[in-house]
Write a protein that binds this ligand. Sequence first.
Ligand SMILES: Nc1ncnc2c1ncn2[C@@H]1O[C@H](COP(=O)(O)OP(=O)(O)O)[C@@H](O)[C@H]1O
Ligand SMILES: O=P(O)(O)OC[C@H]1O[C@](O)(COP(=O)(O)O)[C@@H](O)[C@@H]1O
Length: 337
Amino acid sequence: MKKIAVITSGGDAPGMNACIRAIVITAWQHDVEVIGFRHGFRGIVDDLNQPLHPDDMRLVSQRGGTFLKSSRYPEFREVARAKAAAKILDKHNISALLVIGGDGSFQGADHLAKYWQGQVIGIPGTIDNDLAGTDTTIGFSTAVDTAMEAIDRVRETAEAMARVFLIEVMGRHAGFIGLHAAIASSAEAMLLPELEPQPKLAEIADAILQARASFPDSSYVVVVSENLWPGGVAGLSTSLSKATGVTCHPCPLGHIQRGGRPNAQDRILAMQLGHAAVHAVLDGKSRIMIGLEQEHVVEVPLHLTFERDKPLDPRLVQLQLGLQGVNFASKKGTKTA
Ligand SMILES: Nc1ncnc2c1ncn2[C@@H]1O[C@H](COP(=O)(O)OP(=O)(O)O)[C@@H](O)[C@H]1O
Ligand SMILES: O=P(O)(O)OC[C@H]1O[C@](O)(COP(=O)(O)O)[C@@H](O)[C@@H]1O
């Protein structure tokens, strides 16, 4: 019986469990046995294997996180670790490894493929959506929903108290969550690394002061990507409060964005990609990522997913820039941000 393995690696993302379910069920339908290794690449090296059977997949899709566990394991860059992983995979007679993760995990998979003869397939699982070759990644949609709901809550108190809030969203060095959350929550401004890697304090302060002058009774919400400002939104709020004389409140959303039940879109995406990944294995494919482009499942050479940058959708950027900060008090709709 053919045997394949699956790991979840890097930051966990809602929908990873649904993807494992689709892999296990599809594989068993084709007489392929599946084992998981817990904790990503570390689990292969340390042989933390776990047999996976369709009967155990009944109630996993609804849960966030990953029941297989994940890890960041920088030691896997070492050739010796990749060779050790190859040995373990051969010991278990594994013919293909499916890696659910982000660009780092795919670099790890590509690294392993240099020292292991089996097939290596990547499945995009990261809340950041920062992988080239796929329109979206497992977990991104849920993370945006979570950020939006959190910002909606902040908005209510901000509006009641007529306060300025700076809300920090995740994304490592990518603004996808920031852009989508800013649009969905009708933010007054957004600070994203792709738009301005080093935003100017004076410009942000001016926009706040103009908004305060036009709408003294209203809230003002800025969505800020993490790692953009030294000291994060706490540091930025302190500097802006000083520069404007208006108290600015920091609100980092943090890991709240990574947890929670996957939404329907992420569950469906996860199952589509997991199912297609098993078929790619059966077709003898290797060193590819299974992605989704314009609603269609696609296969992309693995290296292209991490060697290229994925740009923000310029139409969505323009949409938000056009809608944010318009001064409705002015007949001409003068921009205030
Ligand atoms: N260049 C690399 N060579 C080998 N393994 C890597 C490399 N980059 C990342 N990895 C492995 O992939 C894991 C996940 O990568 P990371 O960047 O943390 O998350 P993500 O896959 O979500 O981007 C790392 O902890 C490491 O084990
Ligand atoms: O939980 P950690 O290890 O501090 O990592 C935080 C990072 O992980 C993420 O949540 C997800 O990143 P990856 O999916 O690329 O691992 C980033 O948005 C964030 O910068």
